[in-house]
Design a protein around this ligand. Sequence first.
Ligand code: SF4
Length: 482
Amino acid sequence: MEPLELDRPKEECGIFGVFAPKTEVAKLTFFGLFALQHRGQESAGIAVSDGSTLRFHKGMGLVSQVFTEQMLSELQGDLAVGHTRYSTTGVSEIKNAQPIVCQSIVGGVAVAHNGNLINTAELRTKLAAEGVVFTSSNDSEIIAHLLSRHLALGVDEAVRLTMEQIKGAYSVAVLLPDKVVAFRDPLGVRPLAVGRVRDGWMVASETCAFAPVGGKVDRELCPGEMVVLDATGMRFRQVVPSGAEKMCLFEFIYFARPDSRMYGTTIYSARERMGQQLAIEHPVEADIVVPVPDSGIPAALGYSRHSGIPFKEGMTKSRYIHRTFIQPDQKMREMGVRMKLAPLEDHIRGRRIVLVDDSIVRATTTKQLVRLLFEAGAAEVHVRITAPPITNPCFYGIDMAGKGELAAAQMSIEEICKSVGATSLGYLSIEGAVHAVGREESAFCLACFNGNYPLPVPEDISKHAFETPPDVGAMAAIQTRD
Ligand code: SF4
């Protein structure tokens, strides 16, 4: 739960897996998840196996709030998977925290999933009719049940049969008694990378999870590919042929951590190039370029470098506001961004400002930011945005509001500019954003920008329809399974 949220799209999960005997794998997973905290702040969980027993703990809150040193020391084993989750409103409950744990013919199975399945309703109905009892309301449990029932045929076949049935965006890490298995959907919408650590191997949503635990990046998993980490080493297999790559462009614009690598580039460099491109597409005469911290910083530097307009910090961010669970009262809430961002008046007063931000969803935050700068004495505020206008909702694992709430779906750019009170407003083009990453346009999912969904989405299914009401009570904090 994050009490004060800026108007941003929200990633739904970060996943981590490790096979590393002779290592404290629970602690290693904790720090891996810690590095992936930006991908989800509502719940966290770790499951470990020592070869015969699967132990897990999960809870609501940030990784550092869910785990204590004592808990981690009780999670003894040689291999582990972990998960950190952001959920859509109303379903932020312990029963939906991951990894999802269930029994199989080979023993306990724990599944950590990032993404959204688009055939959840169909699969859930089918499995329920076959006697499966669901203990959560999320689509990840479907993956856990499908895998478990096929494991008698071996891991490779179980993954193949599961991937044949599930449709959508998914990166998955699975803990089995003696191996960690990870796989990525055939379009590679959500990221997944493989790394090495002393005495073992790892998988993670982002490469930024490897360095803090002393690991190194091996490579990104290909769309439709699986990797098995076990005592024999690291084994890759192309499970489902991938005709196309459709990586989420928003990972580059906003979600991923700047030090992560995707598509062969660091996110930071891609964002700098987006800023340069923004300066080419939307030049303006101004005195300083100001980022919205922290995500706007690399793009603001890029804009500044190309335009020659000096980079200057114009506001500071409260680093710890997200760590409080104390809810602000209504009056405080109305102050919105002021709880998170404080203007540096001496930098702002009398200046013409280029304000660089990553995205506009409902435009509520942009409006508050512009007002903040004018109240601090700005002469002009020219808003520049590195995400192209968001005109469509996401069905592939990102919570970014329905079409009716998206500013760019309801208003022209001129109207948005007027409604947020900016002096001018410029969005980076789709071509410009893609060019900045350095891959061809066909390599990206761009659905929220152009409405071309790479996977079919039934028209009558809203993003929230994938979340069905909970069935069973909350899970015990620690359970042991043989
Ligand atoms: S619709 Fe947008 S946010 Fe969703 S996966 Fe595609 S590019 Fe990413």
